[in-house]
Every structure is written in C-alpha cells, then in structure tokens.
Design a protein around this ligand. Structure first.
Ligand code: UD1
Length: 425
C-alpha cells in the first residue's frame, strides 16, 4: 500500500498543466465501441480509471492502446467476450457506461452492479429504465445485469429522467446513436463533458443536438465511423489546484482549462474573496493566494451543472476552514459525501455535521499534521489540500483512490513547490 507524506506550509507558485477530463474520456472510450473503425483520443489523462477501462475493453476483445504522449488509440472490431468482470466494476463504477454502446452495436452484454466510489447508494435504475424504453431486456441475477437488444436492434424512445443523471444521460445517448428512429431525452444533464462527448459522436457521424432546455435529441443512424478527438480539460482537477493555490497563499496559473466550465466555482471564489484572473481565450486561470484573514465564510449547495458540482465541495471545505465565520455545505446529489469532514476534524478543523447532507464549518482554524485516510477520490484530494496548509507533517493513506482521477498529482504539486512524497508502507 502506498501513502503520501506531506509537510505543509509552503506557498505554491508557478504553472500547472491540467489533464484531460476523466469524466469525459471514459465515455469517449465507450463511444469507440459504436464503430469498427479506429478512433483516436488526445489529451487522455494518465489515471488508473483509464487503465482499468482499457483493460476491461481489451478483455472484451477490443484493441485499446496508449500512443505517443497523451494519446489513446481504440478499435472495436468484434466483441469476443461481452462481459465486464466484477473486480473491474468494483474499482470503477464508470464501467457501466459500456451498457449502452454494447447493446447498440453487439446486442448483448453482461455487467456487474457497479461499485466505484463508496458514496451513497449510487443506483443504476435510470440506466436500466432508459435501455428498456429502447426495447432492451435486462435481467438481474447474482449481482449481474444480463442485457440484450431485440433481434432488429434498439429503437428510439422518449425518455424523461426523474432525476438529472450524468452517466444515465450519456448511456442513453450512446445507445440512441445506432437505434432506429428518434430518441428524445428530457431532464438530461448539462455537464460540459457531455457536450464534449456529443462533439466526438457527431465527428463519428452521429446526429445529436441539444434541442431545448435539458433536452437532447438523437436521430439514430445505421452506422458510425472512426474519429479523432481532443478531450477537454478537467474542471474538477482544476478546482483542486485552484484551492491548493488559494489555501497556501500562493500564485498558480492553471493551463489547459476553459474557465467557463468553472463558473459555479468562480462565483464562490467571488463571494469568498479569492483573487483570480480567468482568460478563456488562453484556456487559463490564475489564482492569487489571499491572506486567510480576508477569506469570507459562504453557504454552498451542490447541484447538477451549471450548479456547484458535488465533486467541488470536499476540496472547498478545506478553504472554508480558513475563512472567517461559519460556512455551510449542503450536499444534495449524493448521501455519504461528507466523510472527509471526520478526517479534517482530526487535523484541527471545526466542523459540525448538521445532518447526513449538511456540514457547518467554522473558521479560521489552523490545521495541523495528522495520520488520515480516505476511501474516495475527491476526499483524497481534500486531505492532500489540508496537509498542504497544515503545520507539520501528515501521512495520508488510501491514495489509490486519488490515482483514479488525478494524473501524477504529487509530481505536479512538487513542481509548484510542495513537499510531498509517495512512500510504500
Ligand atoms: C457522474 C460523475 C461524478 C459526479 C456525478 C454527479 C462520471 C464518471 N462520474 O457520476 O464524478 O460526482 O456525475 O455530477 O462521470 N441516480 C439514480 N439512478 C441512476 C443513476 C443516478 O437515482 O440510475 C442518482 C444518483 O444516486 C445521484 C444522482 O442521480 O443521486 C446523480 O448521479 P449521476 O449524475 O448519475 O452520477 P454519475 O453519472 O454516476
């Protein structure tokens, strides 16, 4: 098992290159299943979620390989073994994104009930509902979904999601590209990663448009071709580095990110008094550290895009420990996404859980080093941020969760002046 050893206190400064978006690239890998022609992705982050999905796709019989630098080449000629093993799905819930493309192209797939982050119940009922509306038959036995399409393929449907779901929207959209007729998705998610996926699918020959508020329309086509696509920058990684700069009183420029995608986070920065300069034409965002005594407390609630992302709230909570006054965080998307607060309290934070979805954070409180651990991707990044601002040394376990979504996080932080080491323990 590996751990991070971090000695806090150094203000971070310099430039950091933000990697391609995890939540976009995994769906684009699944999109490559929709054609037998080669697809080529650029700006692919070197994270373990990509490696796991690549292995799953290789086992199914697809050719998925890393190419020079940040490239990934994919070709899905035949599905010799249309099966996703439980082991992979437990490591990464996003493997469920293969459901739609596998059904649309090969007519069958067997997938386990996904695990991934242990946050909330995270059901997949809406994915199943969407596929069934398109004519699929899905049986659940012994922890596996056995899914098959009718002999003449999936058919277009009008699907209204009762809850906004990112992957549910994507799964339905991917399946609809090759279905007969038109599919209308209502109450669809608006995340920029979905628009990036739409751009790739359109380059493959799909007919998709956002035709109204929270509506996506897909006109099914008989076949799709290969495409080359460059993945957008990861706004969730960008937010983590923005907070690393703000919390250490540093001066960091994030490159390779569209600041427009971070609008909800920047609005919170405005309210807190965090100084920044966004330059959309240069795809950069510069964060200038502010004295903690000038940070204002805020109330924040998470919401689907364009609201404040659930993935933003755990990292933000570290900054709130240093703001003057009482802040509240209201997590509306997932249950159990406030686990990191327990670990922050061990480091000196003043945090009270008001109920299972709301926390009150009172600041400023100096943080100190501690031995802490996590079982979730963003919570892991959160503890790293806390350790960067704490006095003394912290030891963080569970860092394999961080590696799922952050490319070489310690190398990037060291380049900005942080003291962080990965050790075998
Ligand atoms: C995606 C992101 C994740 C982010 C989340 C919310 C990926 C790989 N992951 O996860 O980082 O935190 O969006 O922005 O893109 N729900 C159901 N039934 C379903 C599906 C979802 O009830 O079948 C509920 C969930 O429990 C949750 C809400 O819908 O309360 C939103 O979840 P969803 O948007 O589906 O999250 P993911 O797509 O899994």
């Amino acid at each position: 098992m590996q751990k991070f050893v971090i000695t806090g206190g150094a203000p971070l400064s310099g430039h950091v290159r933000i990697a391609g978006a995890k939540n976009a690239v995994l769906k684009m890998m699944a999109a490559a299943v929709l054609t037998d022609e080669p697809c080529s992705l650029r700006n692919v982050p070197k994270i373990s979620d990509v490696a796991i999905l690549r292995e799953v796709m290789n086992d199914i019989g697809f050719d998925v390989r890393r190419s020079n630098g940040d490239g990934l080449e994919l070709q899905a000629r035949e599905a010799t073994w249309p099966f996703v093993p439980l082991e992979a799905a437990l490591k990464m819930r996003a493997s469920f994104i293969l459901l739609g493309p596998m059904l649309a192209r090969f007519g069958r797939v067997i997938l386990p009930n996904p695990g991934g982050d242990r946050i909330g119940r995270r059901p997949v009922d809406l994915h199943v509902m969407a596929m069934e509306a398109m004519g699929a038959t899905i049986a659940y036995r012994n922890g596996y979904y056995f899914a098959s399409a009718p002999p003449d393929g999936l058919k277009g449907a009008h699907i209204r999601f009762p809850t906004v779901t990112v992957m549910g929207t994507e799964n339905a959209m991917l399946a609809a590209t090759l279905a007969r007729g038109t599919t209308v998705l209502d109450n669809a998610a608006l995340e920029p990663e979905i628009d990036d996926l739409i751009a790739m699918l359109c380059a493959m020959g799909a007919e998709i448009e956002r035709s109204g508020e929270r509506r996506i329309e897909v006109q099914g086509v008989a076949r799709l071709g290969g495409a080359e696509h460059r993945v957008i920058g990861d706004r969730l990684e960008a937010e983590t580095f923005a907070i690393a700069a703000a919390i250490t009183g540093g001066d960091v420029t994030l490159d390779g990110i569209d600041p427009v995608h971070l609008a909800a986070f920047l609005e919170v920065c405005d309210r807190m008094g965090v100084q920044y300069e966004a330059d959309a034409s240069a795809s950069s965002l510069a964060i200038r550290g502010t004295a903690h005594t000038e940070l204002r407390a805020v109330d924040v609630r998470t919401d689907p895009y364009p609201g404040f992302a659930t993935d933003y709230q755990a990292p933000l909570s570290v900054l709130l420990t240093q703001a003057v006054g009482a802040s509240t965080i209201h997590e509306t998307i997932f249950e159990d996404r406030l686990d990191h607060t327990r670990e922050l309290v061990k480091m000196g934070a003043d945090i009270e859980l008001l109920d299972e979805r709301r926390a009150r954070i009172t600041g400023p409180t100096p943080l100190h080093g501690a031995e802490v651990g996590i079982a979730d991707l963003r919570a892991g990044a959160t503890l790293i941020l806390a350790a960067l601002t704490a006095t003394g040394t912290s030891v963080i376990s569970g860092i394999e969760h961080v590696d799922r979504g952050y490319e070489q996080i310690e190398a990037k932080l060291v380049a900005l002046g942080a003291q962080i080491n990965r050790i075998e323990a």
